[in-house]
Design a protein around this ligand. Structure first.
Ligand SMILES: C[S@@+](CC[C@H](N)C(=O)[O-])C[C@H]1O[C@@H](n2cnc3c(N)ncnc32)[C@H](O)[C@@H]1O
Length: 210
């Protein structure tokens, strides 16, 4: 792991170590947009789903409630995954947990759906984004779906004290390349626990078949 990766890991470990999960700015009690976009992909219940940079999000709880049988949760911060495991109790055994930096992630299997809420936008360097795309391409099945939420072009420029990159569809498609087709796009005004409003842009894309 490079020094920069270590700094990134240290940052996120300390975020989850010092603040309750429901007080971070990205906290959602109901991840409604993620759920409705994932449901719109009309996957079988045995489809393989991965939530990349999941943090301590309750999305995994809802995916299990929906009956999905093959859910992987990945984050750079073990502390975040530990919070989710504790919250889920015995149900945590139904989930695959992976502590990894998505920019040097070597997927050990493939997925039908890749979900990312507010992770890609932290990758401010071209080589980080290229590495993200490599991990995505290694992980996602042909015809697989990608559900991504980032800060929108009229959203914040920082999150958790870190610079971010805002996205619209053209910018995201430029990053992902012609193998991905945009299926759906929507905006969401996220209200943080302190009442601030953050504009998110959401995208559903599908990878081409072989
Ligand atoms: C703004 S939070 C969003 C968390 C979650 N997706 C949600 O919606 O509640 C960003 C998350 O990405 C994780 N993260 C940041 N950089 C990462 C990386 N390079 N690889 C994997 N996870 C990362 C952080 O630990 C944090 O949990």
């Amino acid at each position: 792991m490079s020094q920069r990766d270590q700094t990134r890991e240290t940052h996120w470990q300390s975020v989850y170590g010092r603040r309750p999960a429901d007080e971070v700015s990205w906290y959602q009690l109901h991840p409604d947009t993620s759920l409705s976009l994932i449901r719109s992909c009309q996957l079988e219940k045995n489809a393989a789903l991965i939530d990349v940079g999941a943090g301590a999000s309750v999305l995994v709880d809802h995916l299990l409630d929906d009956g999905y049988l093959d859910v992987t949760v990945l984050d750079i911060a073990k502390a975040a995954l530990d919070l989710s495991r504790r919250r889920l109790g015995a149900r945590a055994d139904q989930v695959r947990w992976q502590v990894a930096d998505v920019t040097d992630y070597l997927p050990d299997r493939s997925y039908d759906l890749w979900h990312d809420r507010a992770v890609l936008h932290f990758l401010t360097e071209p080589e980080q984004r290229a590495a993200y795309r490599v991990a995505l391409e290694q992980a996602l099945e042909p015809c697989g779906h990608l559900v991504v939420g980032t800060f929108a072009m009229d959203g914040p420029t920082k999150c958790s004290g870190l610079e971010i990159v805002q996205y619209d569809a053209a910018k995201l498609l430029d990053l992902l390349g012609p193998e991905f087709v945009l299926r759906e796009e929507q905006k969401e005004a996220h209200v943080t626990p302190t009442g601030a409003v953050q504009q998110f842009a959401w995208f559903v894309l599908q990878r081409a078949g072989v």
